[in-house]
Design a protein around this ligand. Structure first.
Ligand SMILES: Cc1cc2nc3c(=O)[nH]c(=O)nc-3n(C[C@H](O)[C@H](O)[C@H](O)COP(=O)(O)OP(=O)(O)OC[C@H]3O[C@@H](n4cnc5c(N)ncnc54)[C@H](O)[C@@H]3O)c2cc1C
Length: 428
């Protein structure tokens, strides 16, 4: 029996597992090929709604209610498919021996390996940031943020609650808008006259500075309207438990500090003898999503594929890496599934020649929600903003749920999320 090992049950890993397993089941090859999906969690994190989770009070939804709509059970997603789910933290990947090892000391052999381990928060070694800032990357991060904000708000009389968000990328911007939304509703809950300051600090020339100038203008206008202060072109040099210190020497006090300033590939990727990109930090893949050994003559025990945030794919048209978005990880997962299935079919003499598929990046559409029922959406050349973009965001999320769940479950989870997040809305 041969093992197809998929590391990571995120957007990319799940797509690969679902596609391969459906085909293996249809072709009645389950006795010959074992598909194993490994994740440290029992759930798949639906990151697009993490900002809502981080800003929903427990009067609106309990932790377990939020978990049901943001952290989907991997077992439920793979229900009925021939995929073995292994829950454990991978600590070592031995590409030469063809084995992965777990924190517990156990190991798993692999004949095909798919690296879909995603990314982790990058603190850029800013002194004090790791110790004093809350990140927003996981479901538990989101819960910590909501607890911290409510705890500060419940505390003794303060002139104002000061929230600083380090990093004005999409995550920082959507979170800032929604924190304003949350804080606006808190006086109704706790009473008193709560005033608040939400500030984004970013080292770039503006918030979301790698987006087009028109989108930056829309985003900035919306943030200003909501009362979010943006401090662009300012680098955070150091952080302590009360204040951030900018490179200019300016000191800005905070009650809550959140860091959304960057991500880096999963640290395990650095340990692998695989080809890296020019920066020497990200693992490169071929258009077939294959990782190559470094040095060239290193003999790997297995064919290694890499997808999603964990790797770097350079778009041949632009010369730039594809962005770390869910849709890219999903598309890459499909390519990998196709290519592994081709190798399996060739091995079983079901086909004569392997026809490998290549990944072609596209201009990924995006929707950026900024506080309440407002979003900025871009689909190809079409840009639209406001309530309609927010509605489209809901439709896109529902479409993803439909792709991983049976229709009844997709409808149930989407409606539960809609009901919770709409009740939490204080901006309109
Ligand atoms: C707050 C936030 C909001 C976002 N919003 C959007 C959005 O609206 N639209 C969009 O397209 N993208 C969004 N993204 C980006 C998107 O989430 C990523 O691009 C996507 O998750 C990448 O998919 P992946 O499969 O590569 O990795 P992930 O989905 O991150 O999956 C990696 C998996 O590996 C597991 N894992 C990691 N280390 C180990 C280990 N050592 N052992 C075992 N398992 C391990 C993790 O538990 C995880 O399940 C957002 C990201 C964040 C943080």
């Amino acid at each position: 029996m041969k093992n197809i090992l998929i590391l990571g049950g995120g957007f990319g890993g799940l797509q690969t597992a679902r596609k391969i397993s459906k085909c293996i089941k249809r072709r009645k090859l389950t006795e010959l090929y074992r598909i194993i999906l490994v994740d440290k969690n029992t759930y798949h994190t639906f990151t697009p709604t993490l900002y809502e989770t981080a800003t929903t009070t427990d009067l609106v939804a309990s932790n377990s209610q939020l978990k049901r709509i943001v952290a989907f059970s991997i077992k439920e997603i793979l229900d009925g498919l021939p995929v073995e789910i292994v829950t454990g933290v991978v600590t070592e990947i031995d590409l030469i021996g063809g084995e992965i090892k777990f924190e517990t000391g156990t190991a798993l052999r692999c004949d095909w390996l798919v690296l879909a381990l995603g990314s982790q928060v990058n603190y850029f070694n800013i002194p004090g940031m790791l110790e004093h800032a809350l990140p927003l990357k996981t479901f538990t991060d989101a819960l910590r943020i909501r607890e911290k904000i409510v705890e500060c708000e419940e505390g003794e009389d303060k002139p104002a609650l000061r929230v600083i968000i380090g990093g004005g990328g999409p995550t920082g911007v959507e979170l800032a808008g929604e924190i304003k939304n949350l804080l606006r509703g808190l006086p109704r809950i706790f009473g008193g006259d709560c005033s608040e300051q939400v500030m984004i600090i970013d080292g770039g020339p503006s918030v979301i500075s790698n987006f087009s100038p028109r989108i930056v203008r829309y985003a900035q206008k919306r943030l200003t309207k909501l009362g979010v202060v943006t401090l662009a072109g300012k680098r955070i040099q150091q952080v302590d438990d009360k204040q951030v210190i900018l490179q200019s020497g300016e000191k800005i006090p905070f009650d809550v500090l959140i860091w959304t300033g960057g991500v880096a590939p999963n640290h395990l990727m650095n340990t692998l003898q695989l080809k890296k990109d020019q920066s020497g930090t990200r693992i490169l893949v071929t258009p077939e999503m294959v990782c190559l050994p470094e040095p060239d003559d290193l003999s790997l025990a297995t064919r290694v594929y890499g997808i999603g945030d964990a790797i770097s794919f350079i778009d041949p048209k632009t010369g730039k890496p594809t962005p770390g978005v869910a849709r890219a990880a999903i598309n890459q997962g499909r390519v990998v599934a196709h290519n592994i299935l081709q190798e399996i079919f060739a091995e079983q003499e079901l086909i004569r020649t392997v026809r490998a598929e290549q990944y072609h990046p596209i201009n990924y559409p995006y929707i950026l929600p900024i506080g309440g029922k407002y979003a900025i959406a871009k689909f190809g050349p079409i840009l639209f903003t406001g309530f309609f973009a927010w509605v489209v965001k809901g439709a896109v999320e529902f479409n993803y749920l439909l792709s991983i769940f049976k229709i009844t479950r997709a409808v149930k989870y989407w409606l539960m999320g809609f009901w919770i997040f709409i009740r939490n809305d204080n901006l309109g």
